[in-house]
Design a protein. Structure first.
Length: 502
């Protein structure tokens, strides 16, 4: 594998999954590309239970979560930036005050947090499961019950083929249907019916006729498997017959506190019924008879994703190329832009926005590949269409933050440069992204005539001043570029950037 320039391979890597029920951290040593697990830490935080009626995380839940993250932070605070990946899932996607909590959480951890979509969560779950099981030729159905969402995936070997994320989880269902741990046949029937209704649009897609083996991931499914085995209701993972016996037993009691189930921990008990309802509905509606349970999940998927980035196999770059091809973007033109971008970055390598941001080149390359995909919708305002697609599509490997940054750069690559589009980006991107956008704008401007070669120009930047110097007589022979540079000077002046050229 070829490593990116100047990137040092870390000796250890860490991944943290800020789930709606539990927070998980895994730390692995990394030697010659091979992983060895050093440490695993898990803490039940029940983030989803802290959402009030207005979808805000309450103060007590935030304090409980931050206390956990302080412990995690002590373990990873000195890890280099490229060795840690932290993601937030359903509850942090949902909470209206998530930004306030995330700022505190990042301070506790000493590393940034990415909020990922449900579909991206499903992809990472499949990666974690596939890498923990090894390769075989079977088509796999993988299911993960989280605190606030349940993911369903079909894949082969290490490739997910179908992915869905539904808003139902062990915490949210337990709170909704089994409040205070109360059990009844009516409540269980209603919970199973609700799960079935949410799964109904996807029953044909995930029906057992479309795969060879069923695999479960997550603490909920592990605890259900452990209970079935310990109770003698199954000796082969989770089975339909075992689930029927478990449900019959549960409904003989009025509250989960009365349950005497071996291998069921006290901390799992309050959310157990919600998880059982979801797996019961899934088995019934998809025709599943048996499911094995894997140790791999989101955090293991994150570790393998992180390895790809370390060893220059960043899935985001593959996704960018795939999307560009899908929308029939001009690859030759994109390559010319990337060449000019690299030419500029080489001259500006000591600029703090470049030197301090190892991802600046990647984002500019992705922007070069994707800035024109909106042409498939309309030529007029195509940059707006391109940005909308990037911001709202399910892009494998990209976090919500990644997509917002990329969309902001693409949306601003032509016409008026409005700094207000960048103000909601996380630090330090709100300052760096406008500068990267100007680099993209210059590259696009110089390649407006798609057949011409890049001139051997010089660029210098100091604060908000950009100076361009072209070879003698070049501008006189390129009147269109000269006119475009004059227009660009006016566009940038409105954002208090001073562009001078000669």
């Amino acid at each position: 594998m070829i490593l990116p320039q100047q990137q040092k391979v870390p000796s250890s890597v860490a991944a943290i999954d800020l789930g709606s029920n539990s927070f998980h951290m895994i730390i692995c040593s990394l030697n010659d590309g091979k992983l060895q697990t050093l440490d695993k830490i898990k803490e039940m935080v029940r983030l989803a239970a802290g959402l009030d009626e207005d979808k805000n995380l309450d103060e007590m839940t935030q304090l409980r979560a931050l206390a956990c993250l302080e412990k995690f932070g002590q373990r990873i605070r000195n890890f280099p930036p490229n060795s840690v990946r932290i993601v937030g899932t359903n509850t942090l996607r949902t909470a209206k005050n998530a930004d306030i909590f995330i700022a505190k959480a990042e301070l506790a951890l000493g590393h940034p947090i990415d909020i990922i979509s449900g579909i991206e969560e499903a992809r990472l779950i499949y990666q974690g499961v596939a890498n923990s099981l090894g390769s075989n030729a079977n088509k796999r159905f993988v299911m993960d019950i989280g605190g606030g969402s349940t993911e369903y995936i079909i894949g082969m070997e290490d490739t997910p083929l179908s992915k869905e994320s539904l808003r139902m989880g062990c915490v949210t269902f337990s709170n909704q249907f089994f409040k205070d741990g109360n059990l009844s046949k009516k409540a269980f029937k209603k919970s199973v019916l609700t799960a079935g209704q949410r799964l109904e649009p996807f029953t044909q897609q995930f029906n057992q006729q479309n795969w060879d083996e069923a695999i479960g991931a997550s603490g909920s499914l592990k605890s259900i498997r452990n209970v079935l085995h310990a109770s003698g209701w199954s000796n082969n993972g989770i089975t339909r017959d075992g689930l029927e016996k478990l449900v019959d037993y549960m409904l003989q009691h009025d509250n989960v506190k009365q349950l005497d189930l071996p291998e069921l921990s006290e901390e799992r008990l309050p959310v157990f019924a919600g998880g059982v309802a979801i797996i019961y509905a899934t088995f019934k509606d998809l025709g599943i008879e048996q499911m094995t349970v894997s140790d791999g999940a989101v955090r293991e998927g994150l570790i393998h994703d992180l390895l790809g980035r370390i060893y220059n196999h960043d899935l985001r770059s593959e996704t960018s190329k795939t999307i560009a091809e899908h929308y029939r973007s001009n690859a030759l033109h994109a390559d010319k832009l990337k060449d000019t971008i690299d030419f500029i970055l080489q001259q500006l390598e000591d600029h703090p926005y470049i030197a301090d941001n190892p991802e600046s080149r990647q984002f500019l390359h992705w922007a070069a590949e994707l800035h024109e995909i909106g042409l498939s919708i309309a030529h007029s305002g195509y940059h707006k269409h391109s940005a909308y697609i990037i911001e709202n599509a399910d892009l494998a490997g990209f976090s919500r933050k990644d997509q917002n940054i990329l969309a902001s750069i693409i949306r601003s690559h032509r016409k008026k440069l409005s700094l207000s589009r960048f103000k909601n980006l996380p630090a330090p991107w709100q300052h760096q992204a406008p500068f990267l956008t100007i680099i993209l704008r210059i590259a696009v401007l110089l390649h407006r005539n798609r057949h011409s070669q890049r001139p051997d120009f010089t660029i210098r930047c100091a604060k908000k001043q950009i100076d361009l110097e072209f070879p003698a007589q070049w501008l006189a022979q390129a009147p269109l570029t000269h006119a475009d540079l004059q227009s660009e000077t006016k566009y940038l002046r409105s954002s208090r950037y001073l562009l001078e050229f000669k």
